[in-house]
Design a protein around this ligand. Structure first.
Ligand SMILES: C[S@@+](CC[C@H](N)C(=O)[O-])C[C@H]1O[C@@H](n2cnc3c(N)ncnc32)[C@H](O)[C@@H]1O
Length: 328
């Protein structure tokens, strides 16, 4: 059903300059412009994006579904450009913005294979049940396909979806020999989807590649949204293989792009410094609560760094306040 526009919230002292509310795709109210992400552009009552938005089909660590509504107003001013996501992961942002043209990349070849089959209108024929025995049989079948070089097959895409829904915590983890090794999950119930044909029209015009971000062929006019694995402070080489040297080479790669660039990351002090020193404009927003290994549920600060995108708006540096101090 089409979302209904709501009247604007009354503005409180000290709030972001521009604030409007739309009925979110799940019937919740979403505040637009929090964290000063908007620059005066009010959304039309019903946008193309809200009408056609598809849910991300996979569970994905670090998925930014919550961020997509906040980026819509910015993207709306550039939506004639090609949208490039070098770390497309669970595809939450691209599906949330629904660009006409997109170049989407991830180093995980299995997730990219799944999207390539979605482009062809995937329907799933394998049995799918929330049972450990079936899970381990499907996991072994998936690993056999990898070993025999058939990881690009439809069967591999079907198994990948099932493992993603059924495995522990939506993790996607491989051992040193490239074998998927996530244990059975602990979900009470799982709703499996078998028909993905409704994704095909949106994904048909998007190009998917698998590899390191650096090998992407960019055009000067591309709009890049980069969402790399989070920086983990005080760690040089993270366990998921994207360490500090990768964050640094990403920042310099992005800084060379002449078109609009937006990057999100955990607002660690060194990430904020890195992007300020690379000539980016910096803003902050709250990421939803994530439970850390220590059980801490404090909302994480997310940094958004942009080049060739935001115009300076007087008074905007209030966004840097927001209870978050950066010492440079
Ligand atoms: C935070 S997730 C992206 C989430 C995505 N924006 C979403 O909303 O679902 C980061 C992604 O970067 C990918 N990745 C890690 N290292 C990479 C590299 N060197 N080049 C490209 N992708 C990489 C991971 O596989 C992961 O899917």
């Amino acid at each position: 059903m089409a979302p209904h526009p709501l009247p604007p919230l009354p503005r409180k002292r000290g709030e972001g300059k521009h604030r409007s509310v739309v009925r979110g795709s799940e019937g919740r109210d979403e505040v637009q412009g929090e964290g000063c992400l908007e620059d005066g552009l009010t959304l039309a009552p019903e946008t193309k994006h809200e009408r056609t938005e598809k849910q991300p089909p996979l569970k994905w660590a670090g998925g930014k579904r919550w961020l997509a509504p906040k980026l819509r107003a910015t993207w709306a001013r550039h939506d004639d450009r090609r949208f490039v996501e070098p770390f497309c992961g669970g595809l939450a942002v691209t599906l949330g913005l629904n660009p006409d043209r997109a170049l989407l990349n991830d180093i995980n070849a299995h997730v990219v294979n799944f999207y390539r089959w979605l482009q062809r209108g995937l329907t799933i024929g394998i049995p799918m049940r929330n049972e450990a025995e079936l899970y381990y049989a499907h996991r072994a079948a998936f690993n056999d396909l990898i070993t025999s070089g058939q990881e690009g097959s439809q069967r591999a895409a079907e198994l990948f979806y099932y493992l993603n829904r059924t495995g522990y915590n939506g993790l996607c983890r491989f051992n040193r020999s490239g074998q998927y090794n996530v244990p059975f999950g602990r979900y009470k119930t799982i709703n499996y989807r078998t028909d993905f044909t409704e994704y095909a029209p949106a994904l048909k015009h998007w190009v998917f590649t698998a590899g390191d971000f650096i090998q992407l062929s960019l055009r000067d006019s591309d709009f890049i949204y980069a969402d790399p694995p989070y920086d983990v402070e005080f760690v040089n080489y993270s366990k998921d293989g994207f360490g500090w040297p990768d964050q640094v080479r990403l920042a310099s790669w992005l800084a060379e792009h002449p078109g609009p660039v937006l990057i999100s990351n955990q607002a660690t002090e060194r990430i904020v410094k890195l992007y300020i020193q690379s000539g980016f404009d910096i803003r902050f927003t709250d990421a939803p609560r994530r439970i850390s290994s220590s059980g801490d549920r404090t909302p994480a600060k997310e940094v958004l760094a942009a080049r060739n995108l935001w115009k300076a708006v007087p008074g905007e540096d209030q966004c840097l306040g927001d209870g978050f101090a950066v010492s440079l």
